[in-house]
Write a protein that binds this ligand. Sequence first.
Ligand SMILES: Cc1cc2nc3c(=O)[nH]c(=O)nc-3n(C[C@H](O)[C@H](O)[C@H](O)COP(=O)(O)OP(=O)(O)OC[C@H]3O[C@@H](n4cnc5c(N)ncnc54)[C@H](O)[C@@H]3O)c2cc1C
Length: 133
Amino acid sequence: MTALFRLQRDADLTTRNTFGVAARAPWLLEVNDTGSLAEALELDQLHGLPLLMLGGGSNLLFAGDAPGAVVALRAAGIDLVEDHGERVRVRATAGAGWHELVMWSLAQGLCGLENLALIPGSVGAAPIQNIGA
Ligand SMILES: Cc1cc2nc3c(=O)[nH]c(=O)nc-3n(C[C@H](O)[C@H](O)[C@H](O)COP(=O)(O)OP(=O)(O)OC[C@H]3O[C@@H](n4cnc5c(N)ncnc54)[C@H](O)[C@@H]3O)c2cc1C
């Protein structure tokens, strides 16, 4: 069974950014279940530390080690939650891949995201990065 979250000390971030820059984080929190995020952030080891959210690492250039804790949201779920005929509401968790979301929407016969295909990164980073294609 996959743990809801995992806290790792002195973590290597080299494979977690697409430039492959060698950097480390004093703590790396990997959250596999979005519902446990609040509980995970209550851990004593993280108290008072600056947090850096990490997605696919495709738009981050580490200029040194991370000063605090790096938080990676791993849960990757995509669901159709409302269908109003011409409009639908889709819920995708932060850890889902952006391109996977686009491909999923097309497989469902939904249009609107197709011009945003092949953009690297995660759903969680999308509103921060303001993906526009
Ligand atoms: C080859 C290439 C082509 C691209 N083409 C396009 C394009 O055509 N159009 C376009 O709009 N963009 C484009 N981009 C940029 C793209 O939008 C970003 O690279 C992508 O959104 C970053 O996602 P990520 O998960 O890798 O984020 P990361 O690189 O991991 O993080 C980027 C930022 O988002 C924050 N962040 C990450 N996840 C979360 C989260 N869950 N919650 C809060 N903050 C978070 C991080 O702290 C950081 O500040 C391109 C990038 C590349 C490398």
